[in-house]
Design a protein around this ligand. Structure first.
Ligand SMILES: *[C@@H]1O[C@H](CO)[C@@H](O)[C@H](O)[C@H]1NC(C)=O
Length: 379
C-alpha cells in the first residue's frame, strides 16, 4: 500500500486530471517528478542567458542542486518574434539579443555544471506570448531541441487553429475559475466546434487535442536524446506575490505529497531564508521523490460518509484490498455498506475489509458508511 493516505478527495481530483509527464523508454527521466526551476512566474519575457546562468549557480550555491533540483527551464519568449523560422532550415530562430551565444552553448554550460536544461513550445500556431510554436513542425522542433542538448520540453496549449478544434467542449468547466475552453490570455473561446459536452462514453484519446500533443510526444520519442515531455502541474508560486508563509507551505507540501513536479518559480537572487527553507525542505522533497510504488490508496470524509479511492498503477488488472482498520475514521470491527460511486450502486455489507478488482490504470471510487447510516442522497 502506498504511504500517502488521508488526503482530501479534492487533491485526488487534481491528481487524476492533470499530472502528465512522458516516461521515456530511453532512460530514467519522468519516472519521478521533475525537480527544477522555471523562468516564467518571476521573469516572464524578461529573460536572457545571464538569468539562467546566474540561477544555475545559485541553485548550486544554495544547496538546491544537492537536494535533486536539476532542470533550469527556459519558458516562453526565447525565440525571435519577427524572424520566426529560418527560411532554409525551418528551425525556430533564437532571440540573438537574449541568447547571444545560442541556446546550445547555454545547454553546454548548464550540463558542465551538472544540471539539465528545459525549453518551451506550444501545440498551436504560436505560443501564449505570441512567439513561434510547433504545431505542424513537431519533427523539426524536436530534432532542433535534441541537437541543442535540451532535456525537458514544456508544451503549452495556446493559439489552436480552427481546423484543429475538438468536436466537443471539454466539461466539467469552471474548475479553475473560468471556462475550460477559454484562452487564459484573451478570454476568447478556443478549441471546440460547439458548446456541447461530449456524449457519454466519448473517448478523448480520439480528439484533436490529444492528437496535437501525441505528435510532439512521438517526435521527441524519435530523437536519440532523452527529452522529458511536460504537460500541466507547471511551476510553483512559492515565494511569489501575496502568498503568506503558511500558504506557501501548503502549496509546497501538497504539491510534494501529490507527486507533482517541483519546479521553483521564484527569483533565487536575494531569496528570503524562510522561502528557501520551504523549497529546501529535505523531508518533503524526499517524499515527493520517493521511489517506492506510487500511492494508490486515498481517503477522506465528506458529508455523505468516508470515501476511499483505489488507483491501479499497474499495466494489468489487480485485486485490491481496502482494510477498514487502515482507513482513518473506519473501525476494523464494524460492519459497513460499501458503495460504488461510479455505478451508484451498493456493493454489499462487509466487515474487516473489502476486496475489489481494479482494471489497469483504473480507479475505484468507493463510499463507505456504517450500516443504517447511508449518506447518499438516493437512500
Ligand atoms: C538580463 O535579464 C535580467 C532580468 O530581466 C536583467 O536584469 C538584465 O539587465 C538582463 N541583462 C542583459 C545583458 O540584457
Amino acid at each position: 500500500m502506498g504511504n500517502t493516505k488521508n488526503l482530501s478527495p479534492l487533491g485526488l481530483l487534481s491528481l487524476a486530471t492533470t499530472g502528465a509527464a512522458l516516461v521515456s523508454s530511453k532512460g530514467s527521466a519522468g519516472r519521478l517528478p521533475a525537480l527544477g526551476w522555471s523562468s516564467w512566474n518571476e521573469y516572464g519575457c524578461d529573460i536572457n542567458e545571464t538569468v539562467f546562468l546566474d540561477t544555475a549557480h545559485l541553485l548550486i550555491d544554495l544547496g538546491l542542486k544537492d537536494l535533486g533540483y536539476e532542470y533550469i527551464n527556459i519558458d516562453d519568449c526565447w525565440s525571435d518574434k519577427e524572424k520566426r523560422r529560418d527560411p532554409v532550415t525551418n528551425e525556430i530562430v533564437v532571440d540573438a539579443e537574449k541568447f547571444p551565444n545560442g541556446i546550445d552553448t547555454l545547454a553546454d554550460r548548464l550540463h558542465n555544471l551538472g544540471l539539465k536544461i528545459g525549453i518551451y513550445s506550444n501545440a498551436g500556431t504560436s505560443t501564449c506570448g505570441g512567439f513561434e510554436a510547433s504545431l505542424g513542425n513537431e519533427e523539426t522542433d524536436a530534432a532542433t531541441f535534441a541537437k541543442w542538448g535540451i532535456d525537458y520540453l514544456k508544451y503549452d496549449n495556446c493559439a489552436v487553429p480552427e481546423e484543429w478544434y475538438d468536436d466537443w467542449k471539454y466539461v466539467p468547466e469552471n474548475w479553475f475559475g473560468g471556462g475550460a475552453n477559454e484562452n487564459q490570455d484573451d478570454g476568447e473561446p478556443v478549441n471546440s466546434k460547439t458548446d456541447q459536452p461530449a456524449p457519454s462514453g466519448y473517448d478523448w484519446a480520439t480528439s484533436n487535442s490529444a492528437e496535437r500533443f501525441r505528435r510532439m510526444r512521438d517526435a521527441l520519442a524519435a530523437q536519440e536524446r532523452e527529452v522529458q515531455f511536460s504537460l500541466d502541474w507547471d511551476m510553483l508560486e512559492v515565494g511569489n506575490g501575496d502568498l503568506t508563509l503558511e500558504e506557501s507551505r501548503s502549496h509546497f507540501a501538497l504539491w510534494a505529497a501529490l507527486k507533482s513536479p517541483l519546479v521553483i518559480g521564484t527569483r533565487l537572487v536575494d531569496i528570503k531564508p524562510e522561502i528557501l527553507a520551504i523549497l529546501a525542505n529535505e523531508e518533503l522533497v524526499a517524499f515527493n521523490q520517493d521511489p517506492t510504488h506510487p500511492a494508490e490508496y486515498w481517503s477522506g470524509e465528506s458529508v455523505r460518509g468516508t470515501h476511499v479511492f483505489v488507483l491501479n498503477t499497474l499495466e494489468v488488472a489487480a485485486k485490491k484490498e481496502v482494510a477498514f482498520g487502515e482507513v482513518p475514521g473506519l473501525d476494523a470491527r464494524r460492519r459497513y455498506v460499501v458503495h460504488d460511486m461510479w455505478t451508484g450502486k451498493d456493493l454489499g455489507y462487509f466487515k474487516g475489509s473489502f476486496e475489489i478488482d481494479v482494471k489497469a490504470h483504473d480507479t475505484a471510487a468507493l463510499r463507505i458508511n456504517e450500516v443504517g447510516k447511508c449518506g447518499g442522497k438516493h437512500h
